[in-house]
Write a protein that binds this ligand. Structure first.
Ligand code: ADP
Length: 784
């Protein structure tokens, strides 16, 4: 069979033509028949094996006398020569019909070549369609039209005759009247085409609104106005066979011819049309199939083209990525790393510094000798990708610019040639200088801030706008003896004295709400368990009208607080202390006024000497303190015998006490330079205290000795002693130990004055004491 002879043709293709409901012959370029469709065989009364493999004109011989035959040969030759489809005019070729009767038959024939990928003819589709009916109808219409002129002119001609003629025609005939084209008459064939439609009496547009979509209306109007007959071939028309149905596409051959009245005016149109839809569609189908086949044949080529296009697209995409990427991208070619490609993003790192075409170290000479070159060489030799994160690079931005510290995130990636050898490096880079520097600055600022807060000698804290503490400085941590975590958040409330907490929280809440400064005095519990008075203050840090942070401080005001308390205490003590001797003196004075007896008067005078002395001492102390405070004590520095001064002082104090024996240990001839009167005041104070604070003891030990260039003096008693806590504060103004409190008279000024005097003599002083056992007061003076 032809299939074997024509290896280029798919068996499916031949089968398609064999089964098609039309007359097809498939011809080789040598015009042998490859196959014929069943319809073709039926129409021509041939069998498949009679035609297959045979030269076409052996099967259907040319008839030299019939010139129309030559048309086919000529057409095929033309197709072979031009490789283009060719259509023959409708031609007559009489073949026997189904009843084997030879009769007049007309054919519409086309030859379509199918080309292979190389552009050579692979085969030819020979398609024939019988159009005998149409041709005969057309012919009869022409005859009728000729008759019609007579019909219209001679009104007497019986219309029934005319009707008969028209009804026999296998085409659509209608008579349209007036410029509105009202259907005056349609022939039975016409009505059969639209069985459910009422057409007569309607205008063309009423009956077929869908014709508005076609150019026919204009054509009709043209015929109506000019009288020129119109012949249309295979005119596409959308028509609905039923009212309200979807219009379908039909093809018609048309003749529109003007109708005249007796005066020669156009009064309407005679229209004859016949349906050639089948014909056109089948031809289109062949063309369509031809297209399919062409597509098949060219598929490979198309695939190649598509792939090429895809690649081009991809390249385009890559290219636009390369150009528009927000990153810097460049390609360094070869071992010299020549800038082969530099995208705008990369060039932006170095405005005004041309890089393209230059080796790396020429384009960016500042890179010479840096680690970057080593890394790039490493990537080039190993092929291993290198990723850098926030790497510092010393690079100039502008051609004549200074070299700056710049930071980059980057990737160096090896590029490979077709043989998979490394031939370059792909560089992606983002500059992150701003980000890094900003972060550093922020970090620095934060560090400096924290450092500052830690350097503050008082408690410092910060809190969020909602009130939780988020930072406390080292002072707080040290004072409370707790980790920062235990104090931040709401932990700090734990350390506030329960009596102060309510007020503190109320004020804090109020401040958070109003944004006003927060200030409160409260006691904070230190790690020792002791509560220390603090002044808490906080101010909001406002940014863009919004509170971002509260900055708070707690200042230790314990000293002020206790000093205040002590001052109050002192005033009450002082008035009491002053009042007691004064009351005695007043009493003696009254007695003396009422008495004349010299003996008694003398006695009273002697007795009032004691409170007077006491009063004088109190006033002297007060004056001394005032002077010390004002820095106005004057010292008479002179060499004197310390031994003598000490002996005098002991003798003097011994006279005032009947209970205690003052024992002196140590001797020598010590001369020191100082204010003898003031140093004696110190010794007196120590001795008086020793006696005063050891009411149940009977002795006081005084020792003195030299130690290197110093003189050391100690006064030891066996009295109440002093707690370790109090020892530290003994020499403060107004300080009076709790243990001695109210039982003993005194203003708490003596030791303060003594310490001031010793300081002015460049001396030291200290106490060793045990509660209930006694105390030893020391002082040390330089001999020179
Ligand atoms: P005062 O007039 O109260 O004695 P001072 O300054 O001389 O004032 O002493 C301060 C405080 O030191 C005293 O109130 C007492 O509590 C304590 N003090 C001083 N000397 C002794 C001592 N020898 N033994 C115990 N307590 C002492």
């Amino acid at each position: 069979m032809g299939i074997k002879n024509s290896p280029g043709i798919e068996p499916g293709t031949l089968k398609f033509f064999e089964d098609a409901p039309h007359m097809y012959l498939i011809l080789s370029p040598a015009l042998t028949i490859l196959t014929g469709s069943t319809v073709y065989l039926e129409t021509t009364l041939k069998k498949q094996d009679e035609i297959t493999g045979k030269y076409i004109f052996d099967v259907f011989p040319l008839r030299p006398n019939d010139p129309e035959d030559g048309g086919i040969k000529h057409s095929l030759e033309q197709v072979l020569a031009t490789k283009k489809p060719h259509q023959l005019p409708v031609l007559r070729f009489d073949v026997p019909d189904a009843e084997n009767l030879l009769r007049e038959r007309y054919w519409y024939t086309s030859n379509t070549p199918i080309l292979n990928a190389k552009g050579d003819i692979q085969y030819i589709i020979h398609h024939t369609q019988e159009v005998t009916d149409q041709v005969l109808a057309e012919r009869r219409l022409k005859d009728a039209l000729q008759a019609q002129s007579g019909f219209e002119a001679k009104a007497g001609l019986a219309s029934r005759q005319m009707e008969k003629l028209l009804s026999e025609l296998p085409g659509r005939i209608s008579l349209l009247r007036g410029p509105e084209f009202v259907f005056e008459y349609i022939n039975p064939y016409y009505q059969r085409q639209f069985p459910d439609k009422e057409i007569v009496g309607k205008t063309l547009i009423e009956a077929f609104p869908e014709v508005l979509m076609s150019p026919l209306v204009d054509v009709l109007k043209n015929v109506y106005s000019t009288g020129v007959t119109y012949e249309g071939k295979e005119v596409p028309v959308y028509l609905a066979k039923k009212d309200n149905a979807e219009p379908e596409l039909y093809y018609f051959n048309f003749i529109y011819q003007a109708r005249y009245d007796e005066q020669g005016n156009v009064i309407g149109i005679l229209s004859f049309s016949y349906d050639v839809t089948e014909l056109v569609k089948s031809r289109k189908q062949v063309e369509q199939h031809k297209d399919d086949l062409l597509m098949l044949n060219n598929e490979l080529e198309e695939r190649v083209a598509k792939r090429t296009e895809q690649l081009m697209n991809q390249r385009d995409k890559l290219n636009s990525f390369f150009m528009q990427a927000p990153a810097g991208i460049c390609v360094l070619d070869g071992p010299d790393m020549v800038f082969e490609l530099v995208n705008p993003g990369y060039q932006k790192f170095f405005p005004g510094r041309p890089l393209l075409g230059k080796p790396l170290v020429e384009g960016l000479p500042e890179l010479k000798g840096t680690a970057f070159i080593d890394i790039l060489n490493g990537v080039y030799t190993t092929g291993k990708t290198f990723e850098g994160h926030e790497v510092a690079a010393q690079l100039a931005r502008y051609a004549d610019g200074t070299i700056e510290d710049r930071y980059f995130n980057f990737i160096y990636q090896a590029r490979h040639d077709v043989d998979d050898n490394i031939d370059g490096i792909l560089v992606f880079a983002y500059e992150v200088t701003e980000i890094v520097l900003n972060r550093r600055r922020e970090h620095e600022a934060d560090k400096r801030f924290k450092f500052m807060l830690n350097a503050m000698p008082q408690q410092v804290w910060t809190a969020r706008p909602t009130g939780e503490l988020d930072y406390v400085n080292q002072v707080v941590v040290n004072d409370f003896g707790q980790d920062m975590e235990a104090i931040t958040g709401h932990g700090w409330q734990e350390f506030i004295h329960p009596d102060d907490l309510t007020e503190c929280l109320e004020k804090w809440m109020a401040a958070l709400q109003t944004g006003d400064e927060y200030m409160v005095e409260f006691r904070l519990r230190f790690k020792s368990g002791q509560y220390i008075w603090h002044l808490g203050r906080a101010v909001p840090m406002v940014e863009d009208g919004e509170i971002k942070l509260w900055l708070g401080t707690n200042t230790n005001i314990d000293l002020q607080k206790t000093n205040e308390q002590r001052k109050d205490e002192f005033l009450s003590i002082a008035s009491h202390e002053l009042k007691t001797p004064l009351t005695s003196i007043k009493a003696f004075n009254q007695l003396m006024q009422r008495n004349n007896d010299a003996q008694k008067l003398n006695n009273f005078a002697q007795k009032s000497a004691d409170p007077i002395l006491r009063l004088e001492k109190l006033i002297t102390d007060l004056l001394d303190v005032t002077k010390i405070n004002a820095g106005k004590i004057t010292y008479q520095m002179q060499p004197f015998s310390f031994d003598k001064m000490l002996a005098d002082s002991i003798e003097y104090v011994q006279q005032t006490t009947p209970t205690h024996k003052i024992l002196l240990q140590g001797s020598g001839n010590v001369i020191i330079t100082g204010d003898q009167f003031r140093l004696e005041q110190v010794v007196n104070n120590f001795l008086n205290n020793a006696i005063k604070y050891s009411p149940r003891a009977d002795k006081v030990l005084v020792k003195y000795f030299t130690e290197g260039d110093n003189l050391v003096v100690s006064v030891q008693d066996f009295g109440i002693g002093i707690s370790a806590e109090d020892v530290e504060r003994l020499f403060e103004r107004y300080f009076r130990a709790d243990s001695s409190g109210m039982q003993f008279e005194g203003l708490g000024l003596g030791l303060f004055i003594s310490s001031e005097i010793l300081k002015r003599h460049h001396g030291n002083f200290w106490v060793e004491s045990e509660l209930g056992k006694g105390s030893t007061f020391f002082f040390k003076l330089p001999l020179k």
